[in-house]
Write a protein that binds this ligand. Structure first.
Ligand SMILES: *Cc1c(COP(=O)(O)O)cnc(C)c1O
Length: 388
């Protein structure tokens, strides 16, 4: 099978239908445990616990289908599927570190990745530097003799800053440093960081990969050797595995990944055209926006953008930003993205809380374009602007 053909990966790779009565949709092996007729067979399976059904924290046949598809999408040799994106990122990062090591991390990673590196790892004697990694020389300057890992997220999911992954990978490899990249935004289709030399690629599969707002899941992709090491150690110990049922939902979600991502990105382009021309809309944050100073890098590193972007409302009042969001009828107010439903995530939500950060102005609104028609969504934004 040609592993490069996306449609073959999504519809057929990893599926051996003769094994299960020709069933088109694979069975959900909803088993914690697998049994053996003899001690000899059990011993044999135990010795291959990572590659054969024995106990589902390790190998599960439904999850195995998914692993093959995800590894092929990210152009890596193997993949692990976990019970959340945060679980995947924490497992990948912890697997590479020991007390006394130092991590270089992008300045604005996903909030719980930030908590992992700045709080949890700090308790175990791992130090870190947060750097503005848009310029890879900032990364180089932050490296210390004890730096073991560089954590990247390109682009991030709020203001969409990117890193030159190829340049950072070359730098890291020359110093024996491992690179980990959160690639959730690209949904494994628009950019393959492993091709640029990144060692471990992580995803929140709760977003586009699941795609229906009904699962929380995560992915780690990498070389056979790295993935095997993680599996036999941190993965089995931390045990943040996906349930077979959720794995099945993700397999089903993947069937339409290309179609959904394309539709979502097309709609986002139309929403941005509308916002660009609107007098009450300010700056737009989006990798391929004509005013993005990193546009060249986006064009070099990504096939296209996804359907997630942010923009600023032209207002000085928190209350006005709140009225705008409250007036939306088709965009739901929520925090996630990547599903069928369009979402508005207004930063005004932080205006009364301790987590209010000067980095997140209340006038910033993140929009996710779901599968509704663009006309419906534009009408919705138009109505909301009238309340501003
Ligand atoms: C949602 C998200 C995560 C966390 O994933 P969960 O599946 O919610 O644990 C990590 N990184 C990015 C960029 C995300 O959007």
């Amino acid at each position: 099978m040609d592993k490069q053909d996306i449609s073959l990966i999504l519809q057929h790779l990893g599926e051996d239908r003769e094994q299960y009565h020709g069933a088109i949709a694979p069975p959900i092996f909803q088993n914690s445990n697998f049994s053996f007729p003899t001690v000899a067979r059990m011993r044999e399976a135990l010795q291959r616990e990572m590659d054969t059904p024995f106990y589902s924290r390790g190998y599960n046949p439904t999850v195995a289908i998914l692993r093959e598809k995800l590894a092929a999408l990210e152009k890596t040799e193997d993949a692990l599927v976990l019970s959340s994106g945060s679980g995947a990122i924490a497992t990948a990062v912890i697997s590479q570190l020991s007390a006394g090591d130092h991590v270089v991390c992008v300045q604005k990673p996903y909030s719980w990745s930030h908590a992992l590196i700045t709080k949890l790892l700090a308790r175990f004697g791992v130090t870190h530097s947060l750097v503005d990694a848009r310029d890879y020389r900032e990364v180089e300057e932050a490296l210390k003799p004890e730096t073991r890992l560089i954590f990247l997220e390109s682009p991030n999911s709020l203001t969409f800053e990117m890193q030159d992954l190829g340049a950072i990978a070359v730098l890291a490899r020359s110093r024996g440093i491992v690179t980990v990249c959160d690639n959730s935004y690209n949904a494994a289709l628009h950019s393959q960081p492993a091709e640029l030399g990144i060692d471990l690629v992580c995803h929140s599969a709760s977003k586009y990969l699941g795609g229906h707002g009904d699962i929380v899941a995560g992915v780690i992709c990498g070389s056979r050797e790295r993935i095997r090491n993680i599996m036999a150690n941190e993965f089995m110990t931390l045990g943040a595995v996906i349930s077979p049922h959720d794995a099945w939902l993700m397999i089903r979600g993947l069937r339409t990944l290309e179609l959904r991502l394309e539709r979502s990105a097309d709609t986002a382009d139309k929403l941005m055209d509308f916002l660009h021309a609107h007098p009450k809309a300010g700056r737009i944050y989006h990798p391929f926006h004509s005013e993005n100073p990193q546009l060249r890098l986006a064009e070099r590193q990504m096939k296209r953008a996804s359907g997630l972007f942010s923009f600023e409302l032209k207002t000085d009042e928190v209350k006005a930003a709140e009225r705008f969001a409250d007036a939306l009828q088709h965009f739901v107010l929520a925090c996630s993205w990547g599903g069928f439903e369009s979402i508005a995530f207004p930063m005004a939500v932080f205006a009364d809380s301790a987590s209010l950060s000067t980095e997140l102005p209340f006038r910033l609104v993140r929009l996710y374009a779901g599968l509704e028609t663009p006309e419906l969504l534009i009408e919705d934004l138009d109505r909301a602007f009238q309340q501003l």
